[in-house]
Design a protein around this ligand. Structure first.
Ligand code: VGL
Ligand code: ZN
Length: 193
């Protein structure tokens, strides 16, 4: 069951844009298949949240050059989203408002943080803003979106998953679909558009 996009944002909502960074887009070092396709629908949500003066959060992978998740350190991923490099920049076409709250994660050598809540002050910041419900889109469905959504639900937020605004790595075929099922079963509502 997917809710049509006519469900509107309201006071107490925030939009969370997960890791829409150059390295996860086409030509990037860890390009997510179809990743570029999230930008246009996310821009529509960004415009809607901005028009209503509602908070926008942008998370970013922000790794040191020797992050332990990189192949050179024995990890699983090619080097990606190294802090301060072009690959770590938000996609230039992503229309983030100037007052977007940027949350950097996995910023030290030995810590992984797929979730925007892991090792960050995101929860405290949202509480300070009186946020109760999160609209979540971005990359990648089966890693950072999945873990961010599951953490949010555990922390007591309602979550609207923007299914047109996410794409999966699909290291194993079906990972993205399984992640969506897991988020839905944990309590996320799926929202089109
Ligand atoms: C991510 C793999 C490694 C993500 C981050 O943003 O989903 N995936 N680091
Ligand atoms: Zn990473």
């Amino acid at each position: 069951m997917t809710i049509p996009a006519s469900s509107e944002q309201r006071a107490g909502d925030a939009l969370v844009v997960v890791d829409v960074q150059n390295d996860f887009l086409s030509g990037g070092s860890l390009a997510v298949p179809g990743g570029n396709a999230v930008v246009a629908p996310l821009n529509a949500w960004l415009a809607a949240f901005a028009a209503d003066g509602l908070p926008v959060i942008a998370t970013r992978d922000w790794h040191p050059p020797n992050h332990f998740s990189f192949v050179a350190q024995g990890g699983a991923w090619p080097s990606h989203c190294v802090a301060g490099t072009a690959g770590a920049n938000f996609a230039p076409m992503l229309a983030l408002p100037p007052n977007a709250l940027v949350i950097s994660k996995a910023t030290t050598g030995e810590a992984e943080a797929y979730s925007g809540f892991a090792g960050t002050d995101l929860h405290a910041r949202l509480q300070g803003l009186g946020v109760k419900r999160l609209f979540v889109g971005g990359l990648a469905t089966d890693y950072c979106v999945l873990t961010t959504v599951l953490d949010a639900l555990r922390l007591g937020y309602a979550v609207m998953l923007l299914v047109d605004c996410i794409r999966a790595v699909d290291m194993k075929p079906g990972d993205g679909e399984r992640a969506i099922v897991a988020m839905r079963e944990a309590g996320a509502l799926l929202l089109e558009g």
